[in-house]
Design a protein around this ligand. Structure first.
Ligand code: GLV
Ligand code: MN
Ligand code: MN
Length: 415
C-alpha cells in the first residue's frame, strides 16, 4: 500500500460531533436515546443521514424494507461494492453508540476519502439496516434478514408492534417504503464497526476486537394460562396461577443455564400479564425469553432444557404452558479473508487487539449469508450497552474507524 494511504486517518472530532448530533434525535433525560425503529425519531435520524450522504455526493437508494444504501462510485465498472453500515434504531432506553457508531464510522470513512480526493476501484456502499434491535418489532435484524433472504418481505411487513402497527404501515407512514427490491447483488466484502457491548476489551485494556463470529440466539414467547380469580377470597390452594408457574420455571431454568456453562445466557426481557389488574390472578402471562450460546450444540441444549422444564412445571402447577419459538439465529463464523483484512489493518495501525466472538446479534449475521464479512469492535465503558449510560471513549471510536477505513480500502483497492 502506498505511503500516503498508509498515513491516512479519519477525523475523530468530526466523527464524535456526528455521533452527538444523531444522539440529539430521540435524546432521553438520562442521557441515552429512544429512537425505536420506524418512529418519528427514526425518520428524523434517517433524514439527517441521507442529507449528510448527499452532501458528499453519494447516491441514495431505499429498498422495500426501508434499508438505505448510500453509494460512493468506484472507478472501475463491474466490480462489486465493499459495504459497511449498521443500524440507527435503538432500544427504548438505549445509548448513543449501539449501531449508530457503525453507520457514522462508515460515513466518516466516506467523508475522509472525499476530503482527500481518494477514489477506490470498487464502489463503497454505506447501509442503514431497518429494525436491527428487535425492540419495537420482532425479530431483530429483520431488515438485513429480508435483504439476505432469511425472511420474506410479506412476513416482515406484517410484523406488528405492541399497539398493532405493522412494519409495512410504519415504513409507508415515515416515507421509507422504497421501490428497490430488498435483495443482495454481488458484494466484494462487508465490514461493520460496533461497540463491543461487553466487558472484555476494557478489562484487558485493548483497543480493537477483531470479530471472528457471533454467538447463536433463540427467542421464545412462553405463554402460561391459568384461571383468573379474586385476589382476596380465593385460597392459595385453590388457584391455578400462571405467575407462580412462571416463577418456578424461571427459577429452574436460570439455575440449569448457569450450571451448564459460563458461555450460556438467559434473559427474561418482557412480561405481559392479562388482564393486568393487581387484584385479579391473571388469566395469562406471556414471557419474552432470549437464550444464547456461542456453539450450536450448546444452544440446542438450552433449547431442549427449556422444553423439558416447561413440561415438568406444566404438570406440577396445573396451568398450561405453551412454548413458541419466535426466532432462531444460529452461531455464525465470519469469512477468514475479511477477518484477515481487519487484523492486517489493526496491525498496520499499531492498536492493541484480540480476536473475539460477539455476544450481541448484528446485521452482519445475515449479511454473512450472502457476502464475506467481518466486524470491528471497540471497548465501551463498563461493558454496558442497552442502557442510557452506554459510553465509548472518543479515542477508541476513532481507532475503530481508522481500522474500518483501512480494511475497506484494502478490499476496494485505491484507483
Ligand atoms: C441486539 O441488540 C441483540 O439483541 O443482540
Ligand atoms: Mn447494535
Ligand atoms: Mn442493540
Amino acid at each position: 500500500m502506498e505511503r500516503s494511504i498508509q498515513a491516512l486517518r479519519i477525523d475523530g472530532a468530526r466523527l464524535w460531533d456526528s455521533l452527538m448530533a444523531m444522539a440529539s434525535i430521540g435524546a432521553t433525560p438520562a442521557g441515552g436515546c429512544n429512537r425505536q425503529a420506524l418512529t418519528d425519531e427514526d425518520k428524523q435520524g434517517r433524514d439527517l443521514f441521507v442529507r449528510w450522504c448527499r452532501e458528499i455526493g453519494c447516491e441514495i437508494r431505499v429498498d422495500r424494507m426501508g434499508n438505505i444504501f448510500a453509494r460512493r462510485a468506484g472507478t472501475e465498472a463491474g466490480i462489486a461494492p465493499v459495504i459497511t453500515g449498521s443500524h440507527l434504531d435503538t432500544q427504548p432506553t438505549g445509548g448513543k453508540f449501539d449501531g449508530v457508531y457503525g453507520v457514522l464510522a462508515g460515513l466518516e470513512v466516506l467523508r475522509t476519502l472525499e476530503d482527500k480526493g481518494i477514489k477506490t476501484r470498487a464502489p463503497l456502499e454505506l447501509v442503514v439496516w431497518t429494525n436491527e434491535e428487535g425492540a419495537r418489532f420482532s425479530p431483530a435484524m429483520i431488515g438485513s434478514g429480508v435483504w439476505a433472504g432469511e425472511f420474506t418481505l410479506e412476513y416482515a411487513h406484517s410484523r406488528a408492534d405492541k399497539s398493532g402497527k405493522t412494519i409495512g404501515e410504519e415504513l409507508a407512514r415515515i416515507g421509507y417504503l422504497g421501490e428497490l427490491a430488498s435483495e443482495p447483488g454481488p458484494v466484494t466484502a462487508a465490514f461493520e464497526a460496533h461497540i463491543e457491548q461487553g466487558p472484555i476489551l476494557e478489562k484487558q485494556n485493548e483497543t480493537i476486537g477483531v470479530v471472528t463470529g457471533v454467538q447463536g440466539i433463540r427467542w421464545y414467547d412462553v405463554t402460561f394460562r391459568g384461571k383468573p380469580c379474586h385476589a382476596g377470597p380465593t385460597p392459595m390452594a385453590d388457584r391455578r396461577d400462571p405467575v407462580q408457574a412462571l416463577a418456578i420455571l424461571c427459577e429452574r431454568l436460570y439455575s440449569e443455564v448457569k450450571a451448564y456453562s459460563d458461555d450460556a445466557r438467559m434473559t427474561c426481557g418482557d412480561l405481559r400479564a392479562e388482564p393486568g389488574s393487581r387484584n385479579t390472578v391473571p388469566e395469562k402471562v406471556v414471557l419474552a425469553l432470549d437464550l444464547r450460546h456461542p456453539k450450536p450444540d450448546g444452544l440446542e441444549h438450552l433449547h431442549r432444557t427449556l422444553y423439558r422444564l416447561a413440561e415438568q412445571v406444566e404438570e406440577a402447577a396445573g396451568v398450561t404452558i405453551d412454548v413458541r419459538e419466535e426466532w432462531h439465529s444460529p452461531p455464525v463464523q465470519f469469512d477468514e479473508s475479511c477477518v484477515a483484512a481487519v487484523s492486517a489493518a489493526v496491525e498496520r495501525l499499531g492498536y492493541s487487539h484480540r480476536k473475539m466472538v460477539s455476544g450481541a446479534g448484528h446485521d452482519s449475521v445475515y449479511v454473512s449469508r450472502v457476502a464475506p464479512v467481518s466486524m470491528i469492535f471497540v471497548p465501551c465503558a463498563g461493558g454496558l450497552s442497552h442502557n442510557e449510560a452506554e459510553f465509548a471513549e472518543p479515542a477508541h471510536l476513532e481507532a475503530g474507524c481508522n481500522v474500518l477505513m483501512h480494511a475497506m480500502l484494502d478490499r476496494a483497492g485505491i484507483a
